[in-house]
Design a protein around this ligand. Structure first.
Ligand code: NAP
Length: 261
């Protein structure tokens, strides 16, 4: 169990770190403090101001020295540069958010024998929502992430890369929502109303499918259309144009990149 004395550290104070910290601070997780690296300066200052238990460290090594668990939220190139120069204590827990750096490469960069976990938090973690895929399984980390979302443990790293690939479609998803909203705006709907309609519709549709996860997604596709109807026309036009084949091909390319990392 996590204790009140637990000290959490973050290296790389960027977008995903800010979201994870927001999720943690809004949850009922018990911890003593969150120490963040000073870079990015603006984001670090904002987090320190917003949350009482968040403090800015002197530098990355200071984060490592004063924390029990260290989350790594930097870009892959930066991780490659900084990790070999940081001195971790044996048995510290290091949770890497870095997409394209596999466990064996991480082990080469981090010389000490730490408990290493790769995790995929996504921005809705700030609201305590969404899945957090992690590999390898680690009971404490799993319990932790279950307080800010839903942990999904994957034993095999190669399998976990499939989930990383899916996580790489987040921007494409938002691009779809943007396209739908922009289209409504062009048809003279107020931007806010357009976005609210599109996002609440897709949120509800996903919610319904989530509630019925025992059913094959195929059922939702067929139940949501009648031959010759609007949904039938919409999905078939996209199918014929190769829209979904392109989506599969984009996933395969993301996976190729991940499997090489
Ligand atoms: N964003 C997501 O939804 C998401 C989800 C899952 C995993 N990830 C992974 O998380 C990592 C971070 O992604 P992000 O989107 O949060 O990127 P980001 O917003 O660019 O954050 C990276 C942070 O690292 C800081 N940094 C740069 N050099 C540093 C150094 N030497 N020491 C300490 N910090 C340094 C940057 O500061 P400056 O701004 O000053 O350069 C920036 O604040 C990536 O590897 C990504 O694959 C992201």
């Amino acid at each position: 169990m996590l204790s009140f004395f637990m000290k959490l550290g973050f290296i790389g104070t960027g977008n995903i770190t800010s979201d994870v910290i927001t999720g943690i601070c809004r949850s009922n997780l018990k911890f003593k403090q969150i120490l963040i690296s000073p870079r990015n300066k603006n984001k670090a200052k904002k987090l320190e101001k917003k949350f009482k238990k968040v403090k800015i460290a002197k530098n990355n090594q200071d984060v490592v020295n004063k924390s029990d668990w260290i989350f790594v939220g930097v870009l892959p190139k930066v991780a490659n540069q900084i990790l070999p120069h940081l001195h971790f204590r044996q048995n510290q827990t290091v949770i890497s958010f870095v997409a394209t750096l596999n466990l064996s490469n991480l082990k080469k960069k981090i010389k000490s024998k730490v408990n290493l976990v790769r995790a995929i938090p996504m921005p809705p973690i700030s609201l305590g929502l969404g899945p957090i895929v992690m590999c390898p399984p680690n009971a404490k980390v799993k319990n932790f992430f279950n307080k800010v979302g839903t942990s999904i443990e994957i034993k095999n790293e190669k399998l976990s890369n499939n989930f990383w690939a899916i996580s790489g479609t987040m921007a494409a998803f938002y691009e779809t929502l943007k396209n739908l909203s922009d289209w409504l705006v062009k048809k003279k709907t107020n931007r806010r109303k357009a976005q609210e309609y599109v996002t609440s519709l897709y949120f509800a549709l996903a919610g319904l499918a989530l509630e019925n996860s025992d059913k094959n997604m195929k059922k939702f596709v067929s139940d949501s259309q009648t031959p010759g109807g609007l949904n039938w026309q919409g999905v078939n036009q996209l199918r014929k144009a190769g829209y979904y084949k392109l989506l599969q091909s984009s996933l395969n390319n993301l996976l190729k990149r991940l499997n090489k990392s």
